[in-house]
Design a protein around this ligand. Structure first.
Ligand code: PLP
Length: 383
């Protein structure tokens, strides 16, 4: 116990629902489809590449923005996939996961009193990040039911104090993927402004049904103002490694790096070497849509005749369902009940809204082995 008084920088932050649900899932030995991480291993070749880097003595500090060889591999991949040539020397930085990347962008560009638009429901780190920078989060709802962007609402939320907007596609938690037309609409809306864009694209390789991921890098009017963020954790099934990256025009990246170098300074060396070598296997990410689409289809087929109403899932590894035909519980109570009494953990969508908006929708993560999904489905089909 400490008797030293301390005023919290984040007085509204408590234990997140993800921690609560994971603890409950462990206690009740429930199948954990709550927190978003794979329960299967990554490619052993990737582990070998990292081990080899350690054995070869790549164990000291790398350059502050990351290993050149890894930045070059990222630049080549982004040029091939999105047609935008980022300069690996000045426009790409390796980060300790997307979470650190986003916090660092916000600390670099948001001044006290600046407004930051977040589209709710949204990933839980965005708002506390804005609070830490002294910014003002301005919450704009995605359209309830479809989770598509509502450009009238976004336009109405813009003021002279708006510094940046955070967009996440493919979208956690809803599984919505922004279309090219929607990104063009965003491009037009931002064109007359100096508003920056934080484009959280960590699920860029999980887009289904032949659709293509639309990166902000593909739209010149967005690319010139965008910090494009991605995560190796999602792409290579290594969420625990916490390595990601940011791509942005040189002038923006220069400011990013000022904060980055006094935040983490740099990211661990052998993992960067391993990733750089492994990125030569393009199949690893090109095959990802099919890999996850099969899991999505298995999970959806299993729930087709259940009481859950399936919402569309265009991307990510999350499937949202409406629970109102199962029972009358609100989302958070439903998830606790489902975990404790029926042995499957899920996450309430209300956790992704500042005001706890409850639309009787919960999120399952299907980044799981077939046996895990089948075990969960047996339990869910009985409801
Ligand atoms: C939308 C979104 N952004 C960022 C992250 C964080 O990624 P990382 O694990 O690389 O920090 C996640 C992880 O769940 C996410 O869902």
């Amino acid at each position: 116990m400490s008797s030293i008084p301390l005023q919290s920088r984040l007085p509204n932050v408590g234990t997140t629902i993800f921690t609560v649900m994971s603890a409950l899932a462990a206690e009740k030995k429930a199948v954990n489809l709550g927190q978003g991480f794979p329960d299967f291993d990554c490619d052993p070749q990737l582990v070998d590449a990292v081990s080899q880097a350690m054995r070869q003595g790549h164990n000291q500090y790398p350059p502050m923005p990351g290993l050149p060889v890894l930045r070059e591999a990222i630049a080549a991949k982004m040029a091939a996939l999105y047609g935008h040539a980022y300069n690996p020397g000045t426009e790409i930085t390796i980060t300790a996961g997307a979470t650190q990347a986003i916090l660092t962008v916000i600390l670099a560009v948001v001044h006290p009193g600046d407004e930051v638009l977040v589209l709710e429901p949204c990933y839980d780190s965005y708002v506390p990040n804005i609070d830490l920078a002294g910014g003002k989060p301005v919450r704009v709802p995605l359209t309830p039911g479809t989770f598509r962007p509502d450009f009238e609402k976004i336009a109405a939320a813009i003021t002279p104090r708006t510094r940046t907007i955070i967009v996440n596609s493919p979208h956690n938690p809803s599984g919505t993927v922004w279309t090219a037309a929607e990104l063009r609409q965003l491009e037009q809306l931002l064109a007359p402004t100096n508003i920056l864009l934080i484009s959280d694209e960590v699920y860029e390789h999980m887009v289904f049904d032949g659709q293509k991921h639309q990166s902000a890098a593909m739209f010149p009017g967005l690319a010139e103002r965008a910090f494009v963020v991605s995560s190796f954790g999602k792409t290579y099934h290594v969420t625990g490694w916490k390595v990601g990256y940011v791509a942005a025009p040189a002038a923006l990246m220069q400011e990013f790096r000022k904060v980055h170098q006094f935040n983490v300074f740099t990211v661990n060396t052998p993992v960067q070497h391993g990733l750089a070598a492994y990125m030569a296997h393009q199949d690893a990410y090109l095959a990802l849509p099919d890999f996850y689409q099969q899991k999505r289809d298995l999970f959806r087929a299993g729930l087709k005749n259940s009481k859950f109403r399936l919402l569309p899932c265009e991307g990510t590894y999350f499937q949202c369902v409406d629970t109102s035909a199962v029972n009358d519980l609100g989302e958070a109570d439903f998830c606790k009940w489902l975990t404790s009494e029926r042995g499957v953990a899920a996450i309430p969508l209300s956790a992704f809204y500042g005001d706890g908006f409850d639309q009787r929708v919960v999120r399952f993560c299907f980044a799981k082995k077939t046996e895990t999904l089948q075990l969960a489905l047996e339990k869910l089909q009985r409801l």
